[in-house]
Design a protein around this ligand. Structure first.
Ligand code: 0FV
Ligand code: MN
Ligand code: MN
Ligand code: MN
Ligand code: MN
Length: 596
């Protein structure tokens, strides 16, 4: 079985980038690879005269499968579940018993930040609805200038998706703020918490809500200027954390883990709530470990890394962590597992397009994905066949096991995302080979697809327990809310990864496109991208407010995905560089239980 690889001439690229030494290096690697005339299907990697491989020199995974398989499942035991259920009943009692408006709101906020909200969905929704539909309550908050209460309520209504029924509007919040700002007392913790909540609430704004923006900026100034020595150390920590990254932008599970510690340091913490939070976190973590073990086994058996695809990023555990970022509630294991598989395959295919494939091969590959038939892959090199086989069979498996449960065929939808993705990848590959630098808008029109989030988002939609035939037929490819969410991830990814990508030899990313288009410095371009990120968050917020009836796990994922992206791509490529802060994040969410 021999496949001949097409010979490619060494093309000189007239681009802005072609002068860089790294670019020449990549071309040189490709040139060397071009001299490989024949490749034995079964022993390709063993050929002793094999040319220098095309590679990005990604480090191997730091997570050994043996290690994953031997993780202890400390909290699977019945007695923990029993204890948790007892604590849950006690907390329901707490919610019932509390009648002070501000204390009710603070309790609901603590439940949210501790990651316990999913146990008390109906109780909390009922409580918040009754609070927010009472004219007396709202008037009291506004007229008394209770900024802490009104900003907290505003944020909670958003988080629990009940803002439609609410009497509290942005205008009320602003008028409350205007009352308060005259008499703000920086030595009073209640006032300071009010500023903090207003600052947090300002991130929930949409385009056109300039007053909320302005109020948020004023609140930020107040928070920065506070005399920290006069506040409780715990409040200072929470303020500094918020100034670094607001609540609305945080990755949920990671925040829950941090907040459990923070809550335990508060002077007025509730011991029942804290015990429940720790125990529940550890129980859910054990579920994650079981899922991760299954995924690690799947990836190992798929065996892509041990073949001639050994140039790819081997990032199964990081992909699973991404999946937790999409959806963290324990009952969504099916989605998490599908997302993990999709992201691992996306990573593989992205590396084929960005690092290894030649343009001719990539065109063929794109066509085979569009046909979705393994038979069509005859002219392809072996490494591509292996990848396509893995792709088709994994997607088939996901769709078949779902159809056995729900009698709905989601395969066409999954397929569609791969076809669109590979086309977007090919566009970038062509740009790269031509040495073409698009304008920022032209780049983004393609790059929101090539960031490769659509597949996992559509899977989240399709694999929902509540999926109906109507919902499946209504699925659009792709509504603005998906585009905004993807665009945010793309912009975060470019901020974190494009410096290395350009050195390695890759298509110009948003920063470089903007630099080239506007003839500005890298620093100015990065500032512009950060500004765009704020705009896209507002667009996403707006679409999110309008989409209240949609399948819930999907609707939440649309926000949670860009949130997670920030943690991966915070000034570096924390996905490819697995030995970064990402490792600590994975440890605290998936590996290490919270000590009691
Ligand atoms: C992005 O890699 C990345 F992390 C991938 C493809 C894994 C899964 C993707 C997400 C869940 C975002 P890279 O920076 O190489 O992607 P681009 O598109 O810039 O080549
Ligand atoms: Mn890439
Ligand atoms: Mn790419
Ligand atoms: Mn990138
Ligand atoms: Mn952190």
């Amino acid at each position: 079985l021999y496949v001949s690889l097409p010979l490619r001439p060494f093309s000189k690229k007239p681009s802005l980038l072609s002068s860089s030494s790294s670019q020449r290096l990549k071309s040189h690697r490709r040139l060397l690879a071009d001299f490989r005339p024949l490749c034995c299907l079964s022993t390709a990697s063993a050929v002793s005269s094999a040319p220098a491989p095309r590679t990005a020199n990604y480090q191997p995974t730091i997570w050994d499968d043996n290690y994953i398989q031997s993780l202890p499942m400390d909290f699977m035991d019945e007695r923990y579940i029993y204890r948790r259920d007892m604590l849950k009943d006690q907390v329901k009692g707490l919610i019932d018993k509390e009648h002070d408006l501000i204390k009710q709101l603070e309790l609901v906020d603590a439940l949210y930040q501790l990651g316990l909200q999913y146990h008390f969905d109906s109780e909390i929704k009922e409580l918040l609805s009754s609070i927010s539909s009472s004219t007396v309550n709202i008037n009291n908050l506004i007229e008394n200038g209770n900024l802490h209460g009104s900003a907290l309520l505003f944020r909670l209504l958003w988080e629990y998706d009940i803002d439609n029924a609410s009497l509290l509007r942005v205008n009320d919040l602003i008028s409350c703020f205007n009352k308060k700002r005259e008499v703000f007392n920086p030595y009073n913790e209640h006032d300071v918490k009010g500023m903090l909540n207003l600052y947090e609430a300002s991130y929930l704004g949409i385009e056109g809500e300039e007053e909320l923006d302005e109020a948020g900026k004023v609140a930020m100034k107040h928070l920065i200027g506070l005399d920290r020595s006069l506040l409780s150390p715990q409040l200072v920590k929470e303020i500094d954390h918020s100034l670094e990254i607001p609540l609305h932008w945080r990755m949920q599970r990671l925040h829950n883990r941090c907040f459990i510690d923070a809550y335990g340091r508060r002077e007025d913490f509730n011991p029942t709530l804290l015990e429940l939070a720790k125990l529940d976190f550890n129980i859910v973590q054990s579920i994650y470990k079981t899922e991760l073990q299954e995924m690690s086994m799947w990836w190992k058996n798929l065996g892509l890394v041990c073949t001639e695809l050994n140039f790819i990023r081997d990032r199964l555990v990081e992909s699973y962590f991404w999946a937790v970022g999409f959806t963290f509630q324990p009952e969504f294991g099916r989605s998490r597992k599908a997302i993990t598989k999709i992201i691992s395959l996306v990573t593989t295919i992205d590396d084929i397009y960005d690092v290894y494939g030649t343009l001719d091969e990539l065109e063929l590959f794109t066509n085979v994905v569009a046909k979705w038939e393994i038979d069509a892959s005859q002219q392809l090199p072996n490494y591509m066949k292996k990848c396509l086989l893995a792709l088709f069979s994994t997607m088939n498996d996901i769709a078949i096991s779902f159809s056995m449960e729900k009698e709905l065929d989601i395969l066409p939808c999954l397929k569609r995302t791969w076809v669109d993705l590979s086309k977007a990848y090919l566009v970038e590959a062509k740009w790269y080979h031509k040495g073409y630098t698009p304008a920022l808008n032209e780049y983004l029109d393609n790059a929101w697809v090539s960031i490769a989030i659509t597949g996992a988002l559509i899977a989240t939609y399709c694999l929902s327990d509540d999926l109906t035939i109507e919902a499946l037929n209504d699925l659009e490819f792709y509504p603005p809310i998906i585009r905004h969410s993807c665009k945010l991830v793309r912009l975060y990814d470019d901020l974190g990864t494009s410096m290395e990508e350009i050195k390695r030899g890759d298509v110009p990313k948003s920063i470089q496109c903007y630099m080239n288009e506007k003839k500005v410095s890298e620093h100015a371009a990065k500032d512009y991208i950060k500004f765009l990120i704020k705009i896209y968050w507002k667009k996403l917020n707006q679409e999110h407010r309008m989409l209240s009836k949609c399948l819930q796990p999907f609707r939440r994922a649309l926000l949670d995905v860009p949130r997670s992206a920030q943690y991966f791509y915070n000034d570096r490529d924390g996905y490819a560089e697995s030995n970064s802060e990402t490792k600590d994040h994975i440890k605290c969410v998936i590996i290490e239980p919270i000590p009691f």
